[in-house]
Design a protein around this ligand. Structure first.
Ligand SMILES: Nc1ncnc2c1ncn2[C@@H]1O[C@H](COP(=O)(O)OP(=O)(O)O)[C@@H](O)[C@H]1O
Ligand SMILES: [Mg+2]
Length: 385
């Protein structure tokens, strides 16, 4: 039974999630621990007996190496060092955004057309740098992996976007852009021939394309037209495709985990995302509060530690003791601040389940580190002080 605010947050049952989910999407603001969480969940689920694929986007180099992710070849590979005695397995891959895009082009057009598109300068820049392409391709890849039906569970990391919402918004934004009116206007000459185009559209549009012509050059504009029309014949609409992959995220068996750190911006971001999932009716499993500071000796208060440190100023042992007390005071202050932020978040979102992971002494770069994170994720949420 849930009672209002002052109770600690209902803890997220991570092991139940790992047992039941088919897709877990780890979202959150940049740098909060999405990739680490996704990898840790993958390791844990695999060692509990599930057949798992982790789709990572931007793993830190050492983490990537520890999982055998040394090649960007866009196919999942078995991770060695996983305990498979429970019958599970772990495959992992790193998303190569451009390669995923190229594969779509090749799969959907004949050889000559594919060649023309792949060489088109607009394609080259769109496929490797356009804002939103990475989000789009992450979903695309997820769709492909799911369609294979090889794994019980796919854990998806999300791109290092500025905002967690980009993961939901960018694919459609990209779809809208590619299906958009501006592109239609620009490509109208290629479809209808220049003359018909002039009759149909206002002089303002003509001026607009003239300006673009001058800015981009006629060749570039032709490239763009050609690119978009050929993409269109190939896909029958990018937006439709984005909508389709979007549906996958609403399917039963898909769960979102919002990762945050106990800092104001990250928690605000997490709150937006939680609300957005609710309006979209997408299933939120819960919030992972990562890098939480814990204090070893909470009984010794910040004030008393500082006061004690001040009475101990001096040389030798006393100076060390004073320094230790100050470190303790710092840690405790962080722990108190983190606990306060966690409980504020909980008060604002009382129904959201939470799991906490402590700030590790160093970054997480091997299977052992991932196992530790996984164990913390699955433990009961420590009661906030
Ligand atoms: N609980 C933690 N304690 C200490 N370091 C962490 C923790 N979680 C993540 N990190 C480190 O923080 C950095 C960013 O994590 P990462 O998972 O790459 O974040 P994101 O994918 O959200 O950008 C990495 O160096 C990672 O090892
Ligand atoms: Mg990342």
């Amino acid at each position: 039974m849930t009672t209002p605010t002052s109770t600690p947050p209902a803890s997220l049952d991570v092991d139940a999630l790992l047992r039941d989910a088919q897709i877990i999407v780890c979202c959150g603001a940049g740098g909060v621990g999405k990739t680490t969480t996704a990898a840790a969940l993958g390791v844990r689920a695999a060692e509990q007996g599930r057949s798992v694929c982790v789709l990572t986007i931007d793993p830190a180099r050492r983490l990537a190496q520890s999982m055998g992710l040394t090649e960007l070849d866009n196919t999942p590979r078995a991770v060695s060092g996983i305990d498979t005695s429970a019958g599970g397995r772990l495959d992992a891959m790193m998303l190569d955004m451009k390669r995923t895009f190229d594969d779509i082009v090749v799969a959907h057009s004949d050889e000559a057309r594919a060649k023309a598109i792949l060489a088109n300068p607009f394609y080259v820049s769109l496929s490797s740098s356009f804002a939103g392409t990475q989000e789009y391709m992450a979903m695309e890849k997820l769709g492909q992996l799911k369609a294979k039906g090889t794994w019980d569970l796919i854990v998806v990391d999300t791109p290092p976007s500025r905002s967690a919402l980009d993961f939901l918004d960018a694919p459609q934004r990209l779809g809208r852009f590619l299906d958009g009116r501006m592109i239609r206007l620009l490509t109208a000459p290629a479809r209808a021939g220049g003359r018909a185009y002039l009759k149909v559209f206002a002089v303002g549009v003509k001026m607009f394309t003239d300006v673009l012509n001058r800015l981009l050059g006629a060749q570039a504009l032709r490239d763009l037209s050609l690119f978009v029309t050929s993409l269109e014949t190939m896909f029958g609409g990018f937006r439709e495709r984005a909508d389709q992959t979007y549906k996958l995220l609403k399917e039963r068996g898909t769960s979102f985990l919002v990762v945050a750190v106990p800092e104001r911006d990250a928690l605000r971001e997490a709150a937006y995302f939680v609300e957005r999932l609710e309006t979209e009716r997408m299933p939120l499993a819960g919030v992972v509060l990562n890098r939480v500071h814990m204090s070893g000796a909470p009984a010794l208060s910040v004030e008393r530690s500082i006061a004690a440190a001040e009475t101990l100023e001096g040389d030798g042992d006393e100076a060390y003791a004073a320094a230790a007390l100050r470190v303790h005071a710092d840690r405790l202050a962080s722990a108190i601040r983190d606990a306060r932020r966690a409980s504020q978040f909980h008060a604002a979102h009382p129904r959201v389940r939470m799991a906490e992971v402590t700030a590790q002494a160093s970054d997480v770069h091997d299977l052992e580190g991932l196992r530790r994170i996984g164990a913390e994720l699955a433990a009961e949420t420590p009661t906030a002080a």
